[in-house]
Design a binder for this molecule. Structure first.
Ligand code: SAH
Length: 465
């Protein structure tokens, strides 16, 4: 696979200083799974092009791949050597790492200036998402063009190839161009990144930080690249990374993306209002919010005097810290500190601290659990803690069809392990209620579609004895 960057203007051979690569000396770099070559196909005052060519060994890739179950023949016969993938990103950071920082010593002024640059990325996997090339690169200031191919001229019925040769052209700083390419290649390549290292997750986030948070397609970009990296994200931080990424200002949920696009009232706010109303209806006084996140629900509950005692529990210390800041517990008087407690815990482990409340709330949390852990959760809450009332919400998977940035089978948030249709949630809830002596009533939250239902579903369980 091949990446070229062309600089047009005056004294363009200075590109060599910015890249820290001599235009007159081709170089070879060893990668984990092959080699990278850097050379300049053209050098003149007006126009200089650098090429980064990768030579990847697919057999070497297959060998010793941590965490990958046998892929059969695919491990050995695949598109990896020929397409622009995360391996290209890894090579960019290895070969042009200094250029990505912007450091250029005596050519610093040039490095800090926008230049007329054109990058061509050969064989970018793109499926049928070619319109996304425009939507992703244009907001970053590029003119976008791409060349498409038929899969095989002898078999027109096979249709168009899923690869494109992409060219982007803009007046940008070199370091920004490199960062954009570095982050965005994996967004288009949908192969899983089993073979890139854990530190790549951190690098992706770091290189996206300056520009991703103001990008109109940030939800799509973040969703895509993190989904492919999920085995690594999970491995690195057992799911806690999600909360920390949220805090970093990247909107990851499809719900949020859709709301921004359609200027809808915020679904999260409507959900929390519905929960508060259900708790009031049941006349409860003490409440435990399990998986409280950054304390959105507690913040509403403390305003209602009838709720005399409440606790927030989360598995993530970072989420608890944000909840504490939101509720201003550091500056709170004794009476609030008596009324509100936060502690770390998990709803899949029996915990005596969950006992003694009138109600438990589990709002948008179960879908974060591995489905195999649901049985443990049922015992912890419905058998041991057994509050008189349990309020639960979870996404209605049927409604995902309405979210533009979700494709077949995609879930709304990168940390979701499953999402249920209304029938699935109702079946699980009815069986769990029956087993443990509760009655359950269902309602929907958010604007309902006639056939798909509303975005959120709620179950209110009341203990029978
Ligand atoms: N209830 C909040 C947050 C929902 S996000 C709201 O509606 O805004 C899901 C939260 O569940 C995250 O804060 C996550 O850290 C937490 N979580 C995930 N698994 C958990 C577990 N096993 N026990 C407790 N909390 C968990």
């Amino acid at each position: 696979m091949l990446l070229t960057i062309t600089y047009t203007g005056k004294n363009t051979a200075d590109l060599g200083y910015l890249l820290h690569k001599n235009p007159y000396r081709p170089q070879t770099f060893e990668l984990n799974h092959g080699k990278a070559y850097v050379f300049y196909p053209e050098v003149s005052d007006e126009r200089t092009t650098v090429a980064l060519l990768l030579d990847i060994d697919p057999v070497d890739l297959a060998r010793g791949k941590a965490g990958l179950k046998s892929g059969g023949l695919f491990d050995y016969v695949n598109d990896r050597p020929y397409v622009s993938s995360s391996l290209m990103s890894t090579a960019i950071s290895k070969v042009f790492g200094t250029a990505m920082t912007g450091r250029a010593d005596e050519h610093q002024a040039l490095s800090d200036s926008p230049l007329d640059l054109t990058a061509s990325i050969a064989m970018l996997p793109c499926r049928s998402e070619q319109n996304m090339l425009n939507r992703i690169f244009e907001p970053l200031g590029y003119q976008v063009s791409y060349e498409t191919f038929v899969s095989d001229e002898r078999f027109p019925g096979w249709g168009e190839s899923k690869y494109v040769n992409l060219t982007i052209k803009g007046n940008v700083r070199l370091r920004d161009l490199l960062k954009h390419i570095y982050v965005l290649i994996p967004v288009f390549d949908r192969q899983k990144h089993y073979w890139i290292g854990e530190d790549e997750v951190e690098k992706l986030l770091r290189n996206g930080r300056d520009w991703l948070s103001s990008h109109p397609e940030k939800a799509y970009i973040a969703d895509r690249y993190l989904k492919h990296l999920r085995p690594l994200v999970n491995m690195a931080s057992s799911g806690l990374a999600t909360a920390d990424l949220d805090a970093g200002g990247v909107v990851l949920t499809s719900e949020a993306a859709e709301e921004t696009r359609e200027k809808k009232p915020n679904l999260n706010a409507r959900r929390l209002e519905s929960v508060v109303a259900a708790l009031k209806d049941c006349g409860v006084r003490s409440i435990i919010d399990i998986g409280c996140g950054d304390g959105g629900l507690l913040n509403l509950l403390i305003k209602e005097r009838q709720f005399t005692r409440m606790s927030g529990v989360d598995v993530s210390p970072a989420a608890l810290q944000r909840a504490s800041e939101r509720l201003r517990l550091d500056h709170a008087g004794d009476s609030l500190l008596e009324r509100v407690k936060l502690f770390q815990g998990s709803l899949t482990y029996k915990d005596s601290r969950f006992e003694g409340y009138d109600a438990a709330c589990v709002i948008e949390v179960i879908e974060h659990l591995d489905i195999l852990r649901l049985a443990a959760f049922e015992r912890v809450l419905f058998e041991y803690a057994k509050p008189a009332v349990i309020v639960m919400t979870t996404p209605n998977q049927e409604y995902n069809a309405k979210y533009q940035n979700l494709h077949d089978g995609d879930l709304r948030h990168i940390d979701h392990r499953f999402e249920w249709t209304r029938a699935e949630f109702r079946k699980w809830a009815a069986e769990t209620a029956k087993k443990s002596g509760y009655a359950v009533q269902f309602s929907e939250i958010g604007d309902a579609d006639e056939t798909l239902g509303a975005p959120t579903q709620m179950g209110v369980f009341t203990r029978c004895v």
